[in-house]
Design a protein around this ligand. Structure first.
Ligand code: ZN
Length: 192
């Protein structure tokens, strides 16, 4: 009986599918109001001169140019630099959204997420994902930018969160992923 079962299972196996279909991951959907995106962009651009000034004061102090720099202003410079860096990091995505031109009914890929605009000008963010179809893999394939050596051939690729560089897909314009391996070596390995 066990032998018969074994043969049955082997015969019933469907031919291995190599393509996957990307769909919007409902847990990833997020709405960002137009005002919030603009505020983020403003905070980003205000943080830049604060970062530059505080970094320059710290450097000038270290070089002995600002000899009147006391301990309080040194602490203040470090605090301002830290706040500005956090502001730049936190607001960079909103800055990219607010400064990107996103035509109606089109989506732009910004920082790992698709960004669309609705009629009111608000932003709709989401990720596309698909279950990995490599054998026995329970991973989720997410879309990301290709490695440097593949950028001339691919705008975006799919990478499995469990299989990593071994479970990769090329991504079609219609949201279909087809298994493909990529060259992950960095660009500067051209030397003999
Ligand atoms: Zn996988």
């Amino acid at each position: 009986m066990s032998d018969g079962n074994h043969i049955n299972i082997a015969q019933n196996q469907a031919p291995e599918r190599t393509s996957i279909q990307f769909v919007i991951d409902p847990r990833s959907v997020e709405r960002v109001s137009r005002g919030s995106a603009i505020k983020g962009a403003v905070a980003f651009f205000l943080s830049l001169p604060v970062l530059a000034l505080s970094a320059m004061s710290i450097l000038a102090d270290a070089l002995g140019i600002l000899s009147y720099f006391n301990v309080e202003s040194k602490i203040l410079a470090y605090v301002l630099m830290a706040v500005a860096m956090v502001g730049i990091i936190l607001c960079n995505s909103k800055r990219k959204m607010a400064t990107a031109s996103i035509p109606p009914d089109q989506a732009r890929f910004i920082d790992g997420r698709w960004v669309e605009r609705d009629d009111s000008g608000d932003y709709l963010l989401y990720r596309n994902s698909a279950p990995c179809n490599y054998e026995n893999c329970q991973g989720t394939v997410r879309i990301q930018l290709p490695p440097p050596r593949e950028q001339h051939n691919h705008d975006l690729i799919g990478v499995c969160d469990l299989g990593g560089k071994q479970h990769t897909y090329r991504v079609d314009f219609n949201g279909v992923g087809e298994r493909q391996h990529f060259d992950w070596r960095p660009l500067e390995q051209n030397k003999p």
